[in-house]
Design a protein around this ligand. Sequence first.
Ligand code: PMP
Length: 388
Amino acid sequence: MIAPASFVDLDSSATTPVSERVLEAMRPWFRESYANPGSPSPGGERAKMAVSEARAALAEFLGAKPSEILFTSGGTESNQTAIRSGVRARPGRRRVLASAVEHSSILGLASELEGEGIRFEKIPSRPDGRIDPEEVARRVDGETALVAVMWTNNETGSMNPVDEIVEIAHRAGALFHCDAVAAAGKVPVDLGGVPADFLSLSAHKIHGPKGVGALFVRSGTPFFPLMPGSQERKRRGGTENVPGIVGLGEAARESRSYLAQGGASRLEDQRNRLEEGILALWPGARRNGPAEPRIRAPHIANFQFPGTPAEKILLALGREGIYVSMGSACSSGSMDPSHVLLAMGLGREEALSSLRFSLGRDTTPEDIGRTLAALSRILAQETARRVS
Ligand code: PMP
């Protein structure tokens, strides 16, 4: 066991547990039907069929065609494939524009690309964590191969006007990539209204398994594999991760019905209760990110607790079996302030006094109650410490 028997997971933007249905859907593909989908046998045919059913489920989830879905090892590979492929697809252009609040799997490519003579420039964030289309319009030019702006930010829940940004990128002849890892399953991600060229998803953020994801590549967009090979219609080499892909397909179906049944508004109610509770009990607590529901995802609350190091609150909550985070999981373990909060204009101290609470499908009203009660105890201890 890595956690107390009854723990509260308010870190579901870091990862989610595999759902029962996903686990059941995956199970036969480990031992009973383990054939390689590339093998010309009845078992191989069955595996191939399972992969294509999962592809159809993903396409339906995103409003895309099955031929536009490529399975990968997760959000990181999808993001990096999109950027690398986009740069190669526009050989005369030597510039990539990415928002300053992108995930590290995109921003981390900067120095490599720079080393290859590609300029990597960040689009600044507004104080609410959103990207202003005007800022994109000011920067994008005939040298720009690709623009990358995420659908929803994974630390603040800020939602970007990607429908407007994609048009601006296209008008300048640049390709557009969208990281929808944090958005999927929480808000509708419909490619019908957003003509992106590339879009990334990750299974483990939507109750699927780790190590599998998808990349949407719009038909007609020139594509260059990161890992050449014969699988995935020559777009990605390596034997397909059949159980993982089947799991991702099932996770997409479940997410679709969860959203169709009003899951997002239930999530939002719980998140609002948490936020109202924090604001009522912690004097001076400040929300990081937008307040308006229209421009924020329903599952994230990011707060500054001025004067108290967030690490202290995080550890105290952890001792009570309540898990939250100080930014994206990928940079946790270090005490660096979140690059997202810094890009929004917070100072180092402010960023280091900020915590992210991310709710999920399994979050219960009791979880919110337990968290608020624990925060109230932690605050009382803090106050006593300051007075003494
Ligand atoms: N993009 C975002 C917004 C993420 O939150 C993450 C995971 N932290 C990733 C990409 C990377 O996904 P994966 O873990 O599947 O590589």
